[in-house]
Ligand binder design. Structure first.
Ligand code: OAS
Length: 269
């Protein structure tokens, strides 16, 4: 037992000072709340406060990057600057996602409702931040962020996926978007959709394993689309529960033919 305790204690020392997942996620959550004050329990009272909030957020990211020791040779200052320089652009893209949800969902009454309540908007916004860090080659942290959003919303978007503007996710529970997925603009996705790999052999790491989805595609609940060579042409509609491992041309509608049986169970008079 003593050997086991010694082993665990060595691990404690190694982990000392390492920012917790909670701290990393709170950094992203607070930044998201600053971008969308509708979600902020306390609004910023002046431009000075806004500026101060962003400066503090930059410092926090720098501290997280330094202390997480995920990357010894990274240029942490450069990464933080590049990330924050791209925030106005990220913000515009997040607004397109909110707009797409508002325009695509008859149940949504206004943008405020989408921003405050839609899990799809939260998951997509956190993904957008995580993806930017992924592009800046920050290890581990992007994954911690998208897994936090996954935990909160049931929506699992890998930070490596490339997704165009105006992403509309409605409901979203059980939605999976794999690492090498490429999704165009104005795409609509519903709950339980899997954009996955056809094979999960380790040797496929770094290869295009997940599908490519064209602009204006709609994929309804429970559809599974697999494989890196599977291209869904623009303006296609993939029906609920469809299982697809091959490409479809633009403007194609694919339906799953259900064989549900209808039995008359009216009591005999
Ligand atoms: C979404 C999905 O296909 O996941 C399988 C595996 N994690 C991979 O990335 O290949």
């Amino acid at each position: 037992m003593e050997e086991f305790y010694n082993h665990l204690f060595k691990k404690q020392i190694e982990a000392q000072d390492m920012p917790s997942n909670t701290r990393i996620c709170h950094w992203a959550r607070d930044l998201f709340r600053a971008l969308f004050p509708e979600r902020n329990p306390k609004q910023l009272g002046s431009v000075t406060e806004v500026r101060a909030m962003f400066e503090q957020s930059q410092q926090e990211l720098l501290d997280i990057l330094r202390k997480s020791k995920v990357c010894n040779s990274c240029h942490n200052e450069r990464t933080v600057k590049d990330f924050f320089d791209s925030l106005p652009e990220l913000y515009e893209v997040m607004l397109t996602d909110a707009q797409a949800i508002l325009e695509g969902d008859p149940a949504a009454q206004d943008l405020r409702e989408v921003i405050r309540t839609y899990p799809g908007f939260l998951a997509t916004s956190i993904y957008r931040m995580a993806h930017r860090l992924w592009e800046l080659e920050v290890p581990l942290i992007p994954r911690i962020l998208t897994e936090w959003a996954h935990e909160r919303t049931g929506i699992d978007i890998h930070p490596g996926a490339r997704i165009g503007k105006y992403l509309h996710i409605d409901h979203g529970t059980g939605l999976v978007i794999g690492e090498t997925c490429i999704i165009g603009e104005h795409v609509k996705l519903y709950q339980g959709v899997t954009l996955g790999a056809l094979s999960v052999e380790k040797g496929f790491a770094g290869k295009q394993r997940h599908p490519i989805i064209g602009d204006y595609v709609i994929i309804y609940a429970g559809a599974t689309i697999l494989g890196g060579e599977t291209h869904i042409g623009h303006h296609s509609i993939i029906g609920g529960n469809v299982w697809l491992t091959s490409s479809v041309e633009p403007y194609t509608t694919v339906y799953h033919q259900p064989n549900s049986k209808f039995i008359d169970t009216k009591p005999a008079i």
